[in-house]
Design a binder for this molecule. Structure first.
Ligand SMILES: Cc1cc2nc3c(=O)[nH]c(=O)nc-3n(C[C@H](O)[C@H](O)[C@H](O)COP(=O)(O)OP(=O)(O)OC[C@H]3O[C@@H](n4cnc5c(N)ncnc54)[C@H](O)[C@@H]3O)c2cc1C
Length: 475
């Protein structure tokens, strides 16, 4: 393998080591966001914990940057790096469901589709993202917002324990009993602390649900958002629902002549009886008749993958986000001005509710700090053609600037673009100092810095990738 010492160390990997000389290199280095185009020294497709330990140790000894990739959905492209080592976990797909204890043990190459599939065969699920191709690991480590959050908390609130390979190659289990500080930090603190190889989750009874998307004319947008604000504050926790702005895709339930037009949506997921769900949704039907809808009883896993086809890998992505404590009339006015200008079929604004069970957990009980916020909106720019980057990025930025004055300072780390890295302190609010202290203990050299990075050193050290490369003993 090339004669380079770091690659020689990787010879012991049981999975695959893909370098620029390998036939599948372009495929191996690609991430979900097509704007990201980086050339790693090697992509290690790990198949077990031993492979992860070898890769971490080799990269640390050689002084190389390490990118950790699970589902590959990071919008800033944290799952890849120029000239460094990518640890790609996507082949580690083991899942064990214990239906009696209602617990899932999940290897971190799994997507939400993998976990939904395994758990749904027992009528069980846990809070996960609304696109099933997103990685369980990256989403959970940043918090994890989805349809079930009002009933069962964030994904990270359902994380009982995690196996983690630390920067020195040791493997630890973090839970309430073992390494409790690390366990606290992993629940919202992102990929800052090590490579998580396995996660244990609480599961809940979620089989079929009543819900789906409703498309309303844009002139109803203000009423829909105002009604939603009051409605979601009191709705039963079994109701997960969010409003959105979206161009109607070419789907059979949407009249052909309206496809391609922007609408305001309500997307719902009610884990309860049809008649109760229907009665709850009447609040929106009373405002206007939907132009199109696909509300019915369906498997939870079906709803959780319903938008997958719209968002294949290879789109351009640029996202921005802030938490919102109170959705004021002024904030709604900003949404009503900018949402309808959505410029691409795939782009959207989703206004996720994070009340209910998310508020049952204290802000300092896990690293995810914004428990007092009621909403986590995301302005997600996604479009196919790089030639349209300027227009699409401008829509996201204009929309963001209009809503930011009505929002909290911090936003959800998993929705942050690359140009938001200076907001890490704000994103963690009152939990920031404790996180930095834990980072200092578990990753003092900041080996794991390709993330919304907590800098362990004071005064702040430059990122590894900004330091001149030191020749290591092996090179
Ligand atoms: C189409 C789409 C839909 C989304 N929907 C939702 C949603 O509904 N709810 C929500 O909360 N978020 C959502 N997100 C945001 C998502 O949570 C983040 O993009 C998340 O980082 C993706 O995780 P991943 O494993 O797929 O990505 P990756 O790019 O593989 O990982 C992102 C980062 O997470 C860290 N990481 C990942 N795995 C590990 C590991 N095993 N050990 C240590 N660190 C690790 C690393 O820092 C890594 O760089 C969505 C994103 C996209 C693109």
């Amino acid at each position: 393998m090339g004669g380079t010492p770091v690659l020689e160390m990787l010879d012991r990997v049981r999975g695959e080591v893909v370098t620029a000389q390998s036939p599948g290199y372009d495929d191996a280095r690609r991430v979900y966001n097509a704007m990201i185009d980086r050339r790693p020294l090697a992509v290690v497709r790990a198949v077990d914990v031993a492979d992860v330990r070898i890769a971490v140790t080799a990269a640390a000894e050689a002084g190389l940057d390490v990118a950790v990739r699970a589902g590959g959905h990071s919008v800033p492209g944290f799952g890849t790096v120029d000239d460094g080592i990518v640890i790609d976990l996507s082949r580690m797909k083991g899942i064990r469901i214990d239906p009696r204890a209602r617990v899932a043990q999940v290897q971190t190459g799994c997507t939400w589709g993998d976990l939904d599939h395994a758990a749904s065969s027992f009528g069980l699920a846990t809070t996960g993202g609304i696109i099933s191709t997103t990685g369980v690991a990256g989403l959970t480590l940043g918090g994890g917002i989805g349809y079930l959050a009002r009933a069962h908390g964030l994904s990270c609130d359902n994380l009982r324990s995690a196996d983690v390979v630390l920067a020195d190659g040791t493997l630890v289990t973090a839970s309430d009993d073992d390494h409790p500080d690390l366990y606290w930090a992993l629940r919202g603190g992102g990929g800052n602390f090590g490579v998580v190889t396995s996660m244990e989750f609480d599961l809940h009874e979620v089989d079929t649900i009543y819900g789906g998307p409703m498309f309303f004319e844009l002139d109803a947008a203000e009423d829909i958002l105002r009604t939603y604000r009051e409605w979601i504050a009191d709705a039963p926790r079994e109701m997960g629902a969010f409003p959105a702005f979206q161009i109607a895709p070419p789907l059979p339930f949407i009249p052909q002549e309206r496809q391609g037009e922007p609408f305001v949506l309500l997307v719902s997921c009610f884990n309860g009886p049809d008649d109760v769900g229907a009665k709850l949704l009447r609040a929106f039907r009373d405002i206007a008749d939907p132009v199109a809808e696909h509300v019915e009883r369906m498997p939870y896993a079906g709803l959780n993958s319903a938008f997958d086809g719209l968002l294949p890998p290879g789109l351009q992505h640029y996202w921005k986000a802030n938490f919102v404590e109170e959705l004021t009339d002024a904030a709604i006015a900003a949404h009503v001005e900018h949402g309808p200008k959505v410029p691409a079929l795939q782009s959207t604004m989703h206004l996720y509710p994070i009340n209910g069970a998310v508020h049952d957990v204290a802000s300092d009980a896990t690293a995810f700090a914004y428990r007092h916020a009621s909403f986590a909106p995301v302005i997600a720019g996604m479009w196919p053609d790089a030639a349209s980057n300027a227009d699409n990025i401008a829509w996201v930025r204009d929309y963001y600037e209009a809503t930011a004055p009505h929002s909290e300072e911090g936003g959800y780390v998993n929705f942050m673009a690359d140009d938001d890295r200076d907001r890490v302190r704000a994103n963690y609010g009152g939990n920031y100092d404790r996180l930095v202290e834990i980072k200092r203990r578990y990753d003092p050299d900041n080996l794991f810095h390709l993330n919304q990075n907590l800098l362990p050193a004071a005064p702040q050290a430059p990122l590894r990738s900004q330091r001149p490369k030191e020749p290591s003993a092996h090179n």
